[in-house]
Design a protein around this ligand. Structure first.
Ligand SMILES: *Cc1c(COP(=O)(O)O)cnc(C)c1O
Length: 345
């Protein structure tokens, strides 16, 4: 083994999708932008399609083209970034549905591809993407083809007590009153807010990975880092850049083959553990670009690889150590990892 191995458990992801689906009375889509949060959009989407997902979301038309090649004809592939200048051919040839975010995008789409389906995103207060109430009201006066659906996105759904949730729900209901196409408001966080937020379909992404805010979900990734070298260090010797760790006992140090260039952020540092099966070994010294040093003194035998992600230490734990969110840990998962898939159905 040379490269680190990221093993993605597709049956865990399918089970997480099904568990989120079971919390609602409506349809459940799947958000697989950013290569399914670092796990591989093609294999993940195929597994979810076999489980019953019929609608997928990506951020960019380029991602949509690749996903269409992986999924084949049939499932709806929606592009959250909408219809950008020059996207027409990609949207048409891969049968993508752009989620139009502005009057400019609506005009561009209707001019370039007048008979091609589209959806509409409304801004209900997040001020990131989507038509403002006045633009939407204006658009509804104009005779034009119907969108496939209308959607919006919640800014604070990961905080169930936040007043913004009810405020955006109210605005969404007002803006979509009388609309006779499917409506969608909620990602993972919104699903957990309850039935009022579900409408016709939901759009979970992070929840498929069993990460915050769907912490009851199953862990879906294991990341094994090969041990390149093991050495003994004496009391008083230091390890790594800037001498941040000094041995207080005779120690064994393993050096593994991944670092911050692989998304294992330098900031996650010393609180992070690597696992030999069930046994935890602490990171010592600075995380380097391609290497991490680990105190394996207490292991009877050093295995060929140590795990940095597994069911004991999930993306959310690494995120807490680094002062970020699980989303960023997952979407940073390194391009150098060999990705393996298990539990395909
Ligand atoms: C990323 C995204 C989602 C998925 O969000 P999660 O929090 O990962 O479930 C859904 N809808 C939109 C518009 C998004 O940008």
């Amino acid at each position: 083994m040379t490269a680190p191995v990221l093993t993605v458990d597709l049956s865990a992801m399918a089970a997480n999708w099904a568990a989120l689906d079971a919390m609602t009375n409506c349809e459940t889509a799947a958000v697989v932008k950013a290569d399914a949060y670092g796990c591989g959009a093609g294999p993940v989407a195929r597994a979810l399609a076999l489980k019953g997902a019929r609608r997928f979301f990506v951020a960019l038309a380029e991602e949509g083209v690749a996903l269409r090649a992986a999924l084949g004809e049939g499932p709806e592939i929606n592009v959250l970034g909408g219809h950008m200048e020059g996207d027409g051919r990609r949207i048409a040839s891969a049968s993508l549905t752009p989620v139009l975010n502005s009057l400019d995008q609506v005009l561009r789409h209707l001019e370039a591809l007048p008979d091609h389906p589209f959806a509409i995103q409304l801004d209900t207060g997040m001020n990131r993407l989507g038509l403002e109430p006045a633009d939407w009201a204006g658009l509804r006066q104009i005779e034009m083809p119907k969108p496939r659906f209308v959607m919006s996105h919640l800014a604070c759904a990961d905080d169930p007590g936040h007043v913004m949730n009810a405020r955006q729900l109210k605005v969404f209901k007002e803006m979509t009153a009388g609309v006779d196409v499917p409506r969608s408001l909620s990602a993972t966080g919104g699903i957990l807010l309850g039935r009022d937020y579900h409408f016709d379909f939901t759009r979970p992404g992070i929840g498929l990975h069993g990460a915050d805010p769907f912490t009851e979900g199953q862990a879906a990734v294991q990341l094994a880092l090969p041990v390149i070298q093991v050495r003994d260090v004496a009391v008083g010797e230091t390890v790594g850049y800037s001498n941040t760790w000094t041995a207080k006992r005779p120690s064994r140090i393993a050096t593994v083959a991944a670092g911050y260039a692989d998304g294992l952020h330098r900031a996650m540092g010393a609180k992070t553990l690597l696992f030999a099966g069930e046994r935890a070994c602490p990171v010592v010294g600075r995380i380097s670009m391609d290497l991490i040093t680990v105190d394996v003194t207490d292991l009877a035998e050093v295995p060929p690889a140590l795990d940095i992600l597994n069911r004991h230490q999930r993306a959310d734990h690494l995120a807490a150590n680094a002062g970020t969110i699980g989303y960023e840990i997952l979407t940073s998962l390194g391009a150098r990892y060999e990705r393996r898939y298990e539990g395909g159905i």
